[in-house]
Design a protein around this ligand. Structure first.
Ligand code: NDP
Ligand code: OXD
Length: 306
């Protein structure tokens, strides 16, 4: 069995070594233009040339949960596209989002400023019931995030394409229930895949429906957010602020207004990192399963785009 590795921005050696240990019967090489056809590919944002040349692939394994970059390319017809299913990302995402929610809810940024000025002063405790958290996307990551938030007794709402049930979460589904979901939320967490349906989903019209003093946490993709609308709604006072981990252009340009906006917190696309060892173990297991003709979890539905 031949495996080709084509991940931009990732040094290949540790991955190749890991796959050679996990699948000793396979040959795995880093892709170079003109390389012979392989059976399986491990990729992150590969060039179109790679896919044009590798027409015999049976499986394309993305070393991340989001496949939006891959879905923009022309893929070999017969290849199954498989995303990372958790692989240690769900726990990271839960801690990141809970941290962002709690930091805003408990006004920890304000306390930091006070303390830096030597001020010993208290803010009036906020009513938790007045801070419902809406989680858009109840998949592998959103489900874990929503459940983690219930552990802090926040009212939690969830929204997905098809109806879902999550313990202690008020679940909404589809376009028909989107407005009710938004108007019931003060925090809005985005954990949707980026698809033609979800592109620009956080814009003036939708963000205006959040309860006054809404707070946006985008940990999915920059393309979900219309940046100017967010800044305008914060500056107009309808929104209290935002924690943004993902951006339309990454890295975020040095002159971008988000860096210095006092109510926006920026992190460099780090809310849930792909963990190499977990990912190698998961992908190697799936390649072995696929080679035996078994079904594997995490296969992307190309029509839906996720
Ligand atoms: P999943 O595919 O497991 O879940 C996606 C969820 O979104 C599902 O609940 C799905 O609904 C819902 N959804 C999709 N389209 C729509 C729609 N049009 N309307 C309503 N709901 C919709 O994805 P993951 O949870 O694994 O990951 C989510 C995203 O997080 C990734 O696509 C990626 O972009 C991002 N991500 C960001 C990282 C970071 O470091 N910032 C790290 C990892 C991922 P249904 O349940 O009905 O299918
Ligand atoms: C992912 C990511 O999609 O890291 O896995 O953004």
């Amino acid at each position: 069995m031949k495996i080709t590795f084509c991940c931009t921005q990732t040094p290949p050696e540790p991955w190749l070594a890991g796959f050679r240990t996990a699948l000793p019967q396979a040959t795995i090489e880093a892709w170079a233009p003109g390389a012979p056809p392989a059976d399986y590919a491990v990729v992150w944002a590969p060039p179109q040339q790679f896919l044009d040349e590798q027409q015999e692939l049976k499986g394309i394994f993305n070393i991340g949960a989001g496949v939006d970059a891959l879905m923009k390319l022309t893929l070999p017809e017969g290849a199954a596209v498989v995303r990372i299913d958790d692989g240690g990302m769900a726990a990271q995402m839960a801690e990141f989002v809970c941290h962002a929610v709690i930091r805003h809810f408990r006004e920890l940024d304000g306390y930091e400023v006070d303390v830096a000025q030597g001020k010993w002063s208290f803010r009036k405790p906020r009513l938790r019931s007045a801070y419902p958290v809406g989680v858009m996307g109840l998949g592998v990551l959103g489900d874990r995030v929503a459940r983690a938030l219930t552990g802090f007794d926040f009212p939690v709402l969830g929204w997905s394409r098809s109806p879902r049930q999550v313990d202690r979460v008020r679940c909404f589904a589809g376009q028909d229930q989107f407005n009710d979901f938004l108007s019931g939320s003060r925090f809005l967490v985005c954990l949707l895949p980026l698809t033609p349906e979800t592109e620009g989903i956080m814009r003036r019209e939708t963000l205006s429906m959040l309860k006054p003093g809404g707070y946006v946490i985008n940990v999915a993709r920059g393309g979900h957010l219309v940046e100017e609308d967010l800044v305008a709604l914060i500056d107009e006072g309808h929104l209290a602020g935002a924690a943004l981990d993902v951006f339309r252009t990454e890295p975020l340009a040095a002159e971008h207004a988000f860096w210095t906006h006092p109510k926006i917190t920026v992190t460099p696309h780090t809310s849930a990192r792909t963990l190499r060892d977990e990912s190698i173990a998961q992908i190697a297991g799936k390649i072995a399963g696929m080679a035996r003709g078994e079904p594997v979890a995490g296969v992307v539905d190309r029509k839906r785009g996720y």
